[in-house]
Design a protein around this ligand. Structure first.
Ligand code: NAD
Length: 322
């Protein structure tokens, strides 16, 4: 049985990936730099190690004895975080660079890198009713400042480790991932979790009013965590996917529609106060899934309403228990 390293295993997606790989019977080493009591999920029977993967020697230690590497470790968050922490986001380049070097030296058979839809060029995302983004839309490059440039550079480094050194690399461009157990407060949360928290708070407090960043007409697609974990492994194990590929839902909604859905789940209506100066990212973004359907015969398909139902229930329970 293969031994697999999950870098960033203490994080949101990493935790679900470890859970799924463990269920399949793999031997797993999960590495993160947060103290163990801050990991989103912790499993017995998994080698859980706290290491700072910006350091090359610690990457070598993490990779030792592993056949495959999933790199999900990065300093990141929602728009409120990445627009205000550009240098910190860019420093994640050290993690992927040192992990690639260590994986090459250890003769790992495969390496997965979690990239992002933030690599896509800004000029392709100026309208909410845009055409969905295809993989070619990353070039000519003008990604999200800071976070997106780091992702694009690291994607490129994976490509050249394959071309020059023969290390098999796979890159997925994740579009917004959400689900239970994700961050829903503290400044790193993304739109679905933030809206669930605000509406749960409104319901619990009886004050039916929430703030929305921007005018609410910006559009996005949101991918449920289970689809992300399944797609990640399909991409890693594929012999057809050799270039960066979209991994996202193609169900486009505006933020106002997202609020409508959560209101319906919570059974309340809220007054919306629009914060036009707040961070809001690009005007519109959707995932074109033509390539993933062609190469894998599959795409993320959990309906947003269904995933939000589970996410809202979980967020509500966390807040109610306080
Ligand atoms: P997350 O923040 O929950 O997980 C990332 C983990 O990496 C964290 O637990 C963090 O402690 C760890 N980490 C950061 N720096 C580290 C270091 N120096 N050494 C070791 N561990 C370190 O985020 P997530 O949502 O699980 O995202 C996982 C990956 O997917 C990231 O690369 C992220 O950029 C990418 N991604 C996520 C989304 C999304 O919607 N969640 C969208 C696009 C891309």
């Amino acid at each position: 049985m293969k031994k697999i390293l999950v870098a960033g295993g203490g994080g949101f997606i990493g935790g679900f990936l470890v859970a799924d790989l463990k269920k399949k019977g793999y031997s797993i080493r999960s590495v993160d730099y947060k103290p163990l009591n801050e990991w989103y999920q912790l499993f017995e029977g998994v080698e859980n190690i706290v290491l700072d993967l910006r350091e090359k020697n610690l990457c070598e230690q993490a990779v030792q004895g592993c056949d495959e590497v999933y790199n999900l470790a990065a300093d990141m968050g929602g728009m409120g975080f990445i627009e205000t922490h550009k240098a910190e986001c860019m420093l994640s380049v050290l993690i992927n660079t040192h992990l690639l070097m260590a994986a090459k030296e250890a003769n790992c058979s495969r390496f997965f890198y979690a990239s992002s839809a933030c690599v896509y060029a800004a000029q392709k995302q100026l309208r909410p009713d845009l055409t969905a983004l295809t993989e070619e839309d990353a070039y000519p490059a003008m990604p999200e400042d800071g976070y997106g440039w780091e992702k694009l550079f690291s994607e490129r480094m994976c490509r050249h480790f394959t071309e020059d050194f023969g290390l098999i690399t796979r890159v997925a461009r994740y579009h917004n991932v959400y689900g239970p157990l994700g961050t829903f407060e503290g400044g790193r949360e993304k739109a679905p979790a933030a809206i669930c928290r605000k509406i749960a708070q409104a319901k619990l407090s009886g004050k039916h009013e929430i703030e929305i960043w921007g005018d609410g007409e910006q559009s996005r697609s949101f991918q449920y965590i289970e689809d992300c974990v399944m797609g990640t492994q399909k991409i890693m194990n594929s012999d057809q996917v050799t270039m960066p590929i979209n991994l996202g839902s193609s169900e486009l909604v505006t933020i106002n529609q997202l609020v409508d859905y959560v209101e319906a789940i919570a059974g309340i209506k809220v007054k919306r106060s629009y914060q036009l100066e707040a961070p809001k990212g690009v005007r519109g973004r959707n995932s074109d899934n033509t390539l993933i359907k062609k190469l894998l015969g599959w795409e993320p398909s959990t309906p947003l309403k269904q995933g939000l139902e589970k996410t809202y229930r979980w967020v509500y329970e966390q807040m109610k228990d306080r």
